[in-house]
Design a protein around this ligand. Structure first.
Ligand SMILES: [Zn+2]
Length: 267
């Protein structure tokens, strides 16, 4: 194994073959109905079907273990695995915090549901955004990096347990309410002002994590998973649609197409 600076602890260590999309959740991307089991990889230049692990030598063994222990282990056992979706089943057994007119976004009090380890979910989500910022990953011909700038260091210290989640960064966690969640992985951002208020999105294994950075809206924090006293977690029937829309938007933007085209996709 190569030796280098671990991006999390900043120590000179042997580096592991670290993953952006956790290997333990890979089953959710695989088609088990026969035929080619590999996911379709869509980048700005290519559209292919292959295994597509997104990995590089980034973290030392101890830091990999830390990310597993405080986040990934619980999430792997409860996220959509291609067949079962334990977290969604737990939420189906509880009433929402308040009635909603439809099932597009339904809030639950994550901190008050004993079967849910909300701290692991939050830690895992933060680790995803930090990983996506701290290293330039490669998928086929495309570089993947969601730069968080100064907030990257805040999240690194947060993952090491040295500081709480910053006051100007909040995150929402949504759980797909479909019977058959999308088997996909999306990473998008920054959306909005690259130097100001902006959003980042990561969707995988039936879960959608949305990071709001420097939001000026009190409601973003009040209703977030990270900053609300009840640790709101949402079920949603529409987040996949939203991700598809945002993916298409980012794709079309790269191609220099007119913004009106992107608005039509929302329909
Ligand atoms: Zn380390």
């Amino acid at each position: 194994m190569p030796v280098g600076i671990c991006r999390l602890c900043l120590e000179d260590r042997e580096l592991q073959d670290s993953h952006l999309y956790p290997r333990s959740l890979y089953k959710a991307l695989q088609n088990e109905d026969g035929g080619n089991p590999n996911p379709v990889l869509l980048t700005t230049e290519k559209f292919v079907q292959k295994s597509g692990h997104i990995k590089d030598y980034v973290l030392c063994h101890d830091c990999e273990q830390r990310l597993n222990r405080y986040g990934e282990n619980w999430v792997t056992r409860h996220a959509f695995n291609g067949r079962d979706f334990p977290l969604r089943e737990i939420l189906r057994g509880y009433p929402p915090v308040e009635p909603t007119q439809d099932d597009r976004l339904v809030p639950y009090a994550g901190a008050e549901i004993s079967e849910i380890d909300i701290d692991s979910l939050i830690f895992f989500g933060i680790s995803l955004f930090w990983r996506a910022s701290a290293h330039e990953w490669t998928l086929l011909d495309t570089k993947i990096q969601l730069p968080l700038d100064a907030h990257e260091e805040q999240l690194r210290l947060c993952l090491l347990g040295k500081v709480p989640i910053p006051d100007d960064v909040c995150m929402n966690i949504m759980v797909c309410s479909h019977d058959a969640p999308c088997r996909s992985f999306s990473a998008l951002g920054p959306l909005g002002d690259p130097a100001g208020e902006r959003k980042y999105l990561i969707m995988l294994a039936g879960l959608n994590f949305m990071l709001n950075v420097e939001s000026a809206h009190f409601g973003d924090y009040q209703w977030s998973t990270t900053h609300s006293p009840h640790r709101y977690i949402y079920t949603s029937s529409s987040f996949e649609l939203m991700n598809t829309y945002l993916t298409a938007s980012a794709f079309l933007k790269q191609k220099g197409l007119d913004a009106k085209w992107r608005l039509h996709l929302e329909l």
